[in-house]
Design a protein around this ligand. Structure first.
Ligand SMILES: NC(=O)c1ccc[n+]([C@@H]2O[C@H](COP(=O)([O-])OP(=O)(O)OC[C@H]3O[C@@H](n4cnc5c(N)ncnc54)[C@H](O)[C@@H]3O)[C@@H](O)[C@H]2O)c1
Length: 426
C-alpha cells in the first residue's frame, strides 16, 4: 500500500516527532490536535514542546510543505493515534484504570473521513483490549465500512497497535533506530502497519497481534519497575541491618549472572510509575508481583522522608533551642530522574513538598530548572545554588543523582546531617 497521505492525531511528545519524521521522508502529513495553540505553533514551523532537534525537523517539514496541522481530521491513507492515556480521574485520586476517553474522542473525530483501504494505528500506551475498543468506536460511527472484528482479513479498514518506547531527549534518533512491535488485529493489518513504519524505521518491525503488542509495552515498563523495586527493598533492608546497600549491590553484581539496579528515592515519570497499574487493573488477582513492586516503589519516598525526620530529631535533641523553622534542609534534585527537567510523578518533588510542610526552611537545588513549580511556591522554600545550600543547610538530602552533584560529591560528604537516597557517596 503506498501511503501518500498520513495523519497523526495528537501532536505531543510522541505524535509531533512521528509526524515530522514521516514528513522528512517526503510524505504528506496532516497533524491533528485539539489544542489550537499547538496547531498554530506548528503551522508557523515552530514547536510547543521541548525535544532536541525536533524544532529543526518540524521547521523543515512545514516550510517544505510536507506537514500541516489542523484541529479537524482530513482524509488520509493511514491514521496514527497518539493521544494521552492517563488514569481515570476519580474523587479520591486512587484510580489506576486507564482513561480511554481521549482514544474514543480521537476515533469518533476521524471516523467520518475514513475510506475503504485505510489503516488506523493506536500508538498510545494502552491496557490490553484498547485497540479492539478503538475499532469498535470507529465501527459505531461508520456502519457502512467493515472492520477486522467482524470481517477479519476481508475488512475495509485495517487496525493495529504499535507502542512507542522512545527515550525523551533522544526521540528523533530512537524513532528511527528502535525496533518496533507491531500488532495487527489480523495478519493483513500487521503487514499494512509494518509497511507504514518501514517508511522511516531502520530497526526491525516485529509482527505480533494487537493484544500482545499492548502487553509488550506494559511488560517492558513493569520489568523495569519490578527490578527497581528489588533494589529499593534491598536498600530498606540494608538500612535496618546496618549494611551499606551500594557496596552490597556492587559485590553481588560481580556474580556473572546478577545485575541488580540502583535504589533511589522512588520511581517517577509518566511511564514506569503508571503503565504497570494497567496490568494490575486488568488482572488484580494474578498480578501479585507487579502490584507489590508498585507498592514498594511508591512507599520509598515515605521511607526517605522518615530518614529526614530522624535527622531533624537528632538536631532537636542536640540543640533543644532550635525549632523546625530554624532548621534548613537542602533537597538536592527534584526531577524524576538524573539530568532532566521533567518533574512529572517525581518522588523527589513529593519528598521536598513534605519537608516544606514540616515547617523547615527548604533549599531546593535543581540545576535543570529556572523556577520552582507551583507546588513548591511557599515562603519557606527557595531555589538555591548548590554551593550556597551546602554551606547553609543543616540537613542535606540527595534525592536525584544529577551530574553536578556527582562532581561536588566531596563537598556533599562534609554535610553533618546527610540523607543519601541515591548512593551519591556510594
Ligand atoms: N512521552 C513519552 O515519552 C511516551 C513514551 C512512550 C509512550 N507514550 C504514550 O504515548 C501517548 C501520548 O503521549 P505524549 O507524551 O505524546 O502525550 P502529550 O500529552 O505530550 O500529547 C498528547 C496530545 O494529544 C492531544 N489530544 C488530546 N486529545 C485529543 C483528541 N481527541 N484529538 C486530537 N488530539 C488530542 C493533546 O492536545 C496533546 O497535544 C500516551 O499514551 C503515552 O503514555 C509516551
Amino acid at each position: 500500500m503506498p501511503y501518500n497521505t498520513i495523519s497523526v492525531i495528537g501532536l505531543g511528545y510522541i505524535g509531533l516527532p512521528t509526524a515530522a519524521v514521516f514528513a522528512s521522508r517526503k510524505k504528506k502529513v496532516i497533524g491533528v490536535d485539539v489544542n489550537q495553540h499547538a496547531v498554530d505553533t506548528i503551522n508557523k514551523g515552530e514547536i510547543h514542546i521541548v525535544e532536541p532537534e525536533l524544532d529543526i525537523v518540524v521547521h523543515a517539514a512545514v516550510t517544505e510543505g510536507y506537514l500541516h496541522a489542523t484541529t479537524t481530521p482530513e482524509p488520509a491513507d493511514a491514521f496514527l493515534i497518539a493521544v494521552p492515556t492517563p488514569f481515570i480521574h476519580d474523587n479520591d485520586g486512587n484510580s489506576h484504570k486507564a482513561d480511554l476517553s481521549y482514544i474514543k474522542a480521537a476515533s469518533k473525530a476521524l471516523a467520518p473521513v475514513l475510506k475503504a483501504g485505510d489503516l488506523v494505528v493506536l500508538e498510545s500506551t494502552s491496557p490490553v483490549g484498547a485497540t479492539e475498543k478503538m475499532a469498535a468506536f470507529l465501527a459505531e460511527v461508520r456502519p457502512d465500512l467493515t472492520f477486522p472484528q467482524t470481517h477479519g482479513e476481508e475488512s475495509d479498514i485495517r487496525i493495529a497497535h504499535c507502542p512507542e518506547r522512545v527515550l525523551p531527549g533522544h526521540v528523533i534518533r530512537e524513532l528511527v533506530e528502535n525496533d518496533r512491535v507491531i500488532g495487527g488485529m489480523t495478519p493483513k493489518c500487521s503487514k499494512a502497519a509494518a509497511d507504514l513504519y518501514n517508511i522511516f524505521v531502520e530497526g526491525e518491525c516485529v509482527i505480533t497481534n494487537a493484544r500482545t503488542a499492548e502487553m509488550a509495552k506494559l511488560t517492558e515498563n513493569s520489568f523495569r519497575d519490578v527490578n527497581i523495586a528489588f533494589a529499593n527493598e534491598l536498600s530498606v533492608i540494608c538500612s535496618k541491618l546496618d549494611i551499606n546497600v551500594w557496596e552490597l549491590i556492587a559485590l553481588a553484581n560481580r556474580h556473572p549472572r546478577v545485575n541488580i539496579l540502583q535504589p533511589g528515592a522512588g520511581v517517577g515519570g509518566h511511564c514506569i510509575a503508571v503503565d504497570p497499574w494497567f496490568i494490575v487493573d486488568s488482572c488484580p488477582e494474578e498480578a501479585k508481583l507487579i502490584h507489590t513492586a508498585r507498592l514498594v516503589n511508591d512507599g520509598k519516598p515515605q521511607w526517605v522522608l522518615e530518614q529526614i525526620r530522624q535527622r531533624l530529631d537528632t538536631i532537636h535533641c542536640t540543640q533543644p533551642g532550635m525549632t523546625r523553622s530554624d532548621i534548613t534542609v537542602a533537597c538536592l534534585g527534584i526531577a524524576f530522574k538524573p539530568d532532566i527537567d521533567d518533574l512529572r510523578e517525581s518522588p523527589a518533588l513529593g519528598i521536598a513538598q513534605q519537608v516544606a510542610e514540616l515547617g523547615c526552611r527548604v533549599q531546593i537545588v535543581e540545576p535543570n530548572i529556572e523556577a520552582l513549580p507551583g507546588s513548591l511556591q511557599a515562603d519557606n522554600v527557595t531555589l538555591t545554588p548548590l554551593h550556597q545550600a551546602l554551606t547553609q543547610a543543616d540537613v542535606v538530602c540527595v534525592l536525584v543523582k544529577h551530574k553536578p552533584f556527582i562532581e561536588h560529591a566531596d563537598q556533599v560528604r562534609d554535610s553533618k546531617h546527610l540523607v543519601d537516597a541515591v548512593g551519591l557517596l556510594g
